[in-house]
Ligand binder design. Structure first.
Ligand SMILES: [Zn+2]
Length: 195
């Protein structure tokens, strides 16, 4: 009976991680569309950020299942490498935009940022009573993401009011640096979980 309960709890936790993984992949695809529509470097960067979130939840999911460890380690390193290359590319693009400003739809940015704040806030609220360590981590992260979208929202409003276009590439670089940091944390976690 005890074993059965433990098994149920384990499945429940793996299930919520899987839901978080799918949500992040959906966010990532939506943000990529948003980045293309608004031409905002910050939203494009956040698309890679959501993909990075999906990657870390994916790694957590594989470790939770305790299966195919070797493949989750190799996969973790490959995807982290992709994130490093992607974020360096975003930083280079943002620097180019600082030198030569691009036309960005601030109204579109504001709209996407409002949606980002709302969705992340709902997700943070829905996961607030997580019992496992993973669920707590997911919840904290959702709160972090809510605040990062709030920063994009404020940035977009300020840009619309003042026309100070440097905020978009600066936000983009900040998000890209965060993705870089996360890629290294992913690798570290993969090595630590190896046992
Ligand atoms: Zn995130």
């Amino acid at each position: 009976m005890e074993h059965h309960d433990h098994h149920d709890h384990h499945n429940q936790s793996a299930k919520s991680i899987l839901i978080a993984l799918i949500m992040n992949l959906l966010f990532s695809a939506l943000e990529l569309i948003g980045g293309l529509l608004t031409n905002s470097a910050a939203i494009t960067s956040d698309s890679l950020h959501s993909f990075a979130d999906a990657v870390s939840t994916g790694i957590a999911y594989l470790f939770e299942r305790k299966k195919s460890k070797k493949y989750s380690i190799i996969g973790g390193f490959i995807v982290s490498g992709f994130l490093v290359v992607g974020s360096i590319h975003l930083i280079i693009e943002a620097i180019e935009r600082i030198q030569e400003p691009a036309e960005v739809s601030y109204e579109g940015m504001i709209l996407f940022a409002v949606l980002g704040v709302i969705f992340n806030f709902i997700a943070a609220f829905a996961t607030r009573e997580g019992k496992s360590f993973n669920q707590k981590t997911v919840n904290l992260h959702m709160l972090e993401d809510t605040f990062s979208w709030l920063a994009v929202l404020i940035g977009a409003i300020v840009m619309k009011l003042t026309g100070f276009h440097l905020i978009d590439p600066i936000l983009s670089i900040t998000i890209a640096l965060y993705i870089l940091y996360r890629a290294f944390i992913n690798c570290y976690n993969v090595v630590i979980n190896k046992e």
